[in-house]
Design a protein around this ligand. Sequence first.
Ligand code: NAG
Ligand code: NAG
Ligand code: NAG
Ligand code: NAG
Length: 454
Amino acid sequence: YRETLRLMSSNATRYEKIMEKERSLGSRVKRAAIGCLLVYLAISGLIISMMMAATIYRPLPSQMGVTLRDRIRGHIFESFTRLFYYYPSRMCPNALCMLHWTRWSMKRLNKLMDPWFDSHPELLMETTTWNGVKVLVYHPRNQTTTDSDGAIVYMHGGGFGMGDIEMFESLTTAMAKQINARLLVSVGYRLAPETTFPGGLEDCEKVLEYVIANGPAKYGVNPNKIIVMGDSAGGNLAASMTQRRKRRGSKPKLFGQVLMYPLLQLSDMQTPSYRLWEREMEGLSFVDPRSVAFYYLWYAGVDMNAHPEYAIAATENRHISEETRRVREKFMNFFLLPAEFQDDTNSTTSLSPIPELSEYLTPFLTNPDFAPLMQPNLTDLPPALIVTIGFDVLRDEGALYAERLKAVGVPTTWTHFGPGFHGMFNLHNRLQGAGEALANLTDWTREFLRKSAE
Ligand SMILES: *[C@@H]1O[C@H](CO)[C@@H](O)[C@H](O)[C@H]1NC(C)=O
Ligand SMILES: *[C@@H]1O[C@H](CO)[C@@H](O)[C@H](O)[C@H]1NC(C)=O
Ligand SMILES: *[C@@H]1O[C@H](CO)[C@@H](O)[C@H](O)[C@H]1NC(C)=O
Ligand SMILES: *[C@@H]1O[C@H](CO)[C@@H](O)[C@H](O)[C@H]1NC(C)=O
């Protein structure tokens, strides 16, 4: 009996030992399984994100960006814009959807890219209405502390169809601080297609008239020291305003014009810089030929919702009539461009024009109020600063305008920033290259406004 008990107890101990071993083995197996699962998830997560990154990744042109940091930020900016604006806008069933999506997403993206503003206690800011046009006004708290008694009337970009004074607030605030004149006003002109040419242009002129009439008493502005300034489509409006005032003999004369990567023509969408885009930037979300055509045609009153195919046709120059071509040839001589801009100078396509589109557009494309580069007489225009950018479909028209102004004796400074892209001034806080280019422009403007008016 004792023997039996001994055996039983030793069996029990052994049994317990076995059970313990099994338990510890079980928990080890469990831990190993969890470990495997985690490793598996990590690896597949890594593979998925690498695949996503590879899908999203697009090489930038090799010369873009002045520093490595700018290049990395350029990549982030580009892929963000492609994911949240470009791809969804291409999925839109019609042009109106595309327009509204672009307006909405660009505004949100802009907020995301530039969420903070510097404090600016020396400046007073006010959103108001001048002659029926919404404006954002900057003026110094203390007039005696400004660098000049000049004023700047600023027109924002956005292809005449998007953008507003809020979206450009970071840029206009930086400019107002750096130029430090008596007044900077950002014009909230009406947009196409709701308001087509020349509605937006007339809004800008109304604001200019307001500044001439009220600037001296209200802000201590010298009415002979007013500069018009604009980027992209805003550069078109600024250039057009100077030409119209000269043509009408309006007094006082404008003191100067600052055109930042201006949009000046739609008679040739196959210029060397448009070609450069096809070679180096196809599929990237920077301002592309199709978008330029889309918005510019809408500004001309073409119903893009009924004819979305016209945008692509225009990028192939199928919107050009014989007459437009004749006018264009007088003003767009690519041999005026620097040699390094001239590749592909003669490769313009010879697809036949779309009759109804090209005929409708002739009076617009050849009208200097619509396309300032088509102005035959550029003499006596106000002194100009023209800024062009390397990776920009509009590079060549800006450069040509500068060369033509110089040729007729208009004092003209042409500044070219090779590594940048169209729209980069809006990222002045994010990209060193854009910040430097902006500082260069505002330095020029501040010093120019210190000169005395005639
Ligand atoms: C404006 O600035 C000048 C020069 O700095 C100063 O003398 C003057 O008191 C200031 N005026 C006001 C109202 O702050
Ligand atoms: C381009 O055109 C010019 C003048 O029309 C001509 O001299 C030149 O040979 C052409 N270049 C090419 C590559 O076709
Ligand atoms: C160009 O405009 C100026 C006035 O600014 C005028 O004197 C000149 O005659 C015009 N030239 C031509 C060719 O029309
Ligand atoms: C900045 O502007 C000046 C003229 O105001 C010009 O001479 C200079 O080359 C510009 N800098 C760059 C980097 O383009």
